[in-house]
Ligand binder design. Sequence first.
Ligand SMILES: Nc1ncnc2c1ncn2[C@@H]1O[C@H](COP(=O)(O)OP(=O)(O)OP(=O)(O)O)[C@@H](O)[C@H]1O
Length: 462
Amino acid sequence: MGKASRGNAGKQESTRRPGAEWRAALWAVRHPGSLLVPGALGWGCAELGPVTMGVGAGAAAAAAGAWYRGHPDSFDRVVTPRVRSARRRWWTYRGGRWRKAMQDCELFTTHRKTGADHFPRVVKVRAHSPTVDTVWVELARGQSARSFTDRVEELCSALNVERIGIEKVKPRVVGLVVQHAEPFTEVIDAPEMPADSDAVDLSSIYLGDDEFGGDWRESLNGNHWFVAGATGAGKNSIGWSLLRTLAPLIRDGLVRLWVCDPKQMEFAKLAPIAHRYAATDEDCADLIADYVDDLKTAQQDLGGKGKRTLTVSVETPVNLLILDEMGALLAYGDYARDNRRNLAVVGSQGRSSGHHMVGFVQEPTKDTVPVRDLFTVRVCLRLTAAGQVDGVLGEDARLRGALADEIPNVPETAGIGYVVRPRTRVPMRVRAAYVDDREIDQLVNFVRTTTPSGRANLEVVA
Ligand SMILES: Nc1ncnc2c1ncn2[C@@H]1O[C@H](COP(=O)(O)OP(=O)(O)OP(=O)(O)O)[C@@H](O)[C@H]1O
């Protein structure tokens, strides 16, 4: 049961509530649209006549329809989230329904003199995706963010949603990140391997599906990738999907793999097709140092020719540094400092010469991966701590819906995580395609045994 407010001690308090007309006026001030929209329509009809207003409304609806059909990308980016947010605000979180949920969860307080119930107030709703909303809630007097975290199970059941993450936004405001449903219920098949290098587009590499049912693609051009996830989260499937797409380029000598594999598990299969492969601490440190030397040489060659773009050929290939267990390479051991320094060079200078890196890490803290800010594509799979999510995806990513720490630790969720959509900074739930052992062997055999069918010339933009 909600507890009586203890605030305002010593102040003379009335036992009466403000009158209904004042409460209605306050509601109208907080929801100006509820007066302005009908007011504007009424004024329009009176001044311009109902026919003109009808024609205007019809034209606006036709324009919206044309936009919806003609340019789905911009419509879905600009209009759909707003419409969805408004629908959720006035349907899922509308006054009566919200108050009922608060009552069911005992998330309200009762004024000890007037006996009036005070409910936490919904101040803003943003539905960035079909499955996740963020609801900003102003707490009732006497409540704290803890009141919500303690009752999160009850709240999920009262709102009939899958899970809720709680973020403290300001002293009296919490953000509820509400996940309605899990968009991914099936394992996604491994990407096909293109037969020829010409068929590979480095700026659009298929990694799996997004929550909207579309392809999840990332660009390798000009980017370094960072994949964070607790053990068993499915990090490797992202690496293998990338490698399957790159297979013909690896075979044709247009992409060279440099692999640091301290764990010596799955990536050990890359040893026969890698340009360089290392497993011990010392060998990994040598490999990374040599990678930086290679980068510097390529930079000088490009500079000497006065070029800003790399034309990929056997003589000037794309180089890909794969770092499994980055934490082990950067945080502990005799070579950690050298590795950190070298990777900072790759991170800041490698892109122009086609020297990319893909790093995998279980614990993405600033201490274990101090160079994480140099990675331009970041994937956040299941994590063990809420505080790590923003570290991977950027400030407020969790508040905007990236509930990576709430992904259940069960095999059915492997490969599920978040990326941030570049133009909107909104997290998007994705699932990586799953590459099984047979498909990994198929990739290695393809690179080792098939014959090149022609050389591609790829432009890598600096
Ligand atoms: N994309 C995926 N879809 C479905 N299942 C997956 C996916 N990726 C991995 N799995 C399953 O989850 C298990 C663990 O995956 P994986 O070894 O890639 O995790 P990880 O994050 O690399 O863990 P670790 O850091 O311990 O190596 C796999 O054996 C597989 O069964």
